[in-house]
Design a protein around this ligand. Sequence first.
Ligand code: T3D
Length: 262
Amino acid sequence: SSRTVLSALADGVLTLTLNRPDKLNAFDEEMHLALREGLQRAHDDQDVRAVLLTGSGRGFCAGQDLGNRDPRKGGPKPDLGSTLERFYNPNMRMIRSLSKPVICAVNGVAAGAGANMALVCDIVLAARSAKFIQAFSKIGLVPDSGGTWSLTRILGEPRAKALMLTAEPLMAETAADWGLIWKAVDDEALMTEAQALAARLAAGATLGLGLTKELIQAAATSSFDDQLDLERDAQQRAGHSADYAEGVTAFLEKRKPEFTGQ
Ligand code: T3D
């Protein structure tokens, strides 16, 4: 495992910490690959039942490391379509398709692909001092990492366009008021609260939570009838899980359930 993404498993929570603090955790190839490795572990390891993504230092993630894109250094122009295809997009897809909850603790500024990566996560908490910046337009690029999809769906065109065309920072509190994230939390409380939430989810009925995530994501493109069918199929699977049996037993015995994730 790499030092550019710290990876630690405790109580079923795999915490992945972006760790290039001097660059506000901007992405270079090594950090992309390290994040991919962490997400792959989250997928493969049965002991991982929730993921907590955060950043070290005062920033969450400043998007692409522009030091690696210096035109003054000469050479051919970079093929950014290829870097999205090879590095950004696979990680965004892994977060979204992971059948375990991914909590994001946005500890500081989230800019460019860093902002949009946060929005791919399932539950986003942000420090009150954190801001989200669709920085792309300032350097002549288009928003990526799903930003044109997420912001447009969540906020609608008027706010998505204003944020993306102007690159004006959006404070955590407003992001929460607009429904872009789950909540803004006092800076000092962010990590405690995010860890508690991640631990709670990691102690949950993992199969059911994974299916729930899948269903919600399918809703965007399903008809009502199709969605009812998907719910039927997912409920059938959940109904066969050990955690469902435990959940009902615990209810009837008036005690807390002890879910195993199976
Ligand atoms: O290229 C491709 O593969 C295509 C994919 C693109 C995806 C993208 O994400 S494009 C967007 C890239 N990101 C940006 O344009 C954001 C650039 N950064 C900023 O605008 C500002 O740094 C922030 C608004 C994020 C934070 O501002 P502030 O004032 O709090 O901090 P700062 O002083 O600007 O940054 C602190 C240090 O981090 C500084 O280094 P120094 O001077 O102390 O040595 C700064 O250069 C460095 N840093 C911040 N962001 C980046 C970065 N270094 C490299 N790349 C960065 N993106």
